[in-house]
Ligand binder design. Structure first.
Ligand code: G1P
Length: 287
């Protein structure tokens, strides 16, 4: 299975940090966010990845490319561990880049991958969503797709006041973690939301989605929404929602990013003990 990683958004909520730097390159502890996404794909057996980029996204291409100057400096300096890491990043996967010339929405970004994906089911993994789970979330979806043959979306319940930030699904629970989706709506008003089950940012889709995107007119914010295209797909074939095992880290805004940094730094044995001691000291001092 191939994966499409849409990473063309402006990152407005992170300005001025993202004036020149893609938001997908924002660090989370010791790696840029998008590296976590690529690693999740690799851990799931996906090795062919298309990243949809746009203007100001050069940093992503450079990150996954070879850096001969850096490698020779590290080699000369005998910095073998750094050298290993730098080489590993550039040989991770078969990564392709497609530039979305105009940012016309998530649905349009996915459409750009049509030719590369062909007539096969494929994964969509948002470039700013990371998880910690026993089995990678995209692999969980691939497993459900294998037994249903249909599109599967990772979903999770969110507090009512948060439904306006997500695509929301409505459906019937047919297994403890599996929902047969009846309807989907992009970022509804909390009073109009059909449920509190949010689209979490990872999908396995059948290729029929591409035709549905072609027939989707611009929706919320004048953008071609993937959620609206899924609504059309739902009329042709079943779509499932999977309540995944694991924790999703919301890096969609500044506070979410800062919280994720703290949590993942505290989960990293290299930094956990001194960082915890520092935080406890700060709290004790009432800072
Ligand atoms: C996108 C999707 C939305 C989904 C969300 C998950 O919105 O359009 O349906 O719930 O990702 O993060 P965005 O956050 O890009 O505005």
């Amino acid at each position: 299975m191939k994966a499409v990683i849409p990473a063309a958004g402006w990152g407005l909520r992170f300005l001025p940090l993202t004036k020149e730097q893609p938001k997908e390159m924002l660090p989370v502890v010791d790696k840029p966010t998008i590296q976590y996404v690529v690693e999740e794909a690799l851990d799931s057996g996906i090795t062919d990845i298309v990243i949809i980029t746009g203007r100001h996204k050069r940093g992503i291409e450079d990150h996954f490319d070879r850096s001969y100057e850096l490698e020779s400096i590290l080699e000369r300096g005998n910095k073998t561990e750094y050298l290993r890491q730098v080489r590993e990043i550039s040989s991770m996967a078969d990564i392709h880049f497609i530039r979305q010339k105009e940012q016309k929405g998530l649905g349009d970004a996915v459409r750009m991958a049509r030719q590369h994906v062909g007539d096969e089911p494929f994964a969509v993994m948002l470039g700013d969503t990371i998880y910690r789970s026993k089995v990678p979330v995209v692999k969980q979806l691939m497993n459900v797709h294998e037994r249903t043959g249909r599109s599967v979306i990772a979903i999770e319940p969110v507090p009512r006041e948060k439904v306006k930030d997500y695509g929301i699904v409505k459906g019937q629970q047919i297994e403890p973690d599996l929902v047969l989706i009846d309807d989907l709506v992009e970022k509804p008003h909390p009073e109009l939301a059909p449920s509190n089950l949010a689209i979490a940012g990872t999908y396995v889709l059948t290729p029929a989605i591409f035709d549905c995107i072609e027939h989707t007119t611009p929706g919320l914010n004048g953008e071609v929404q993937l959620t609206d295209a899924l609504r059309l797909l739902r009329m042709r074939e079943e779509i499932y929602g999977w309540r995944f095992e694991g924790k999703r880290y919301d890096i969609g805004d500044m506070l979410g990013w800062l919280k994720t940094q703290c949590e993942l730094a505290l989960a990293n044995p290299a930094y956990a003990a001194p960082l915890r001691a520092h935080m406890e000291q700060l709290l004790k001092e009432g800072r």
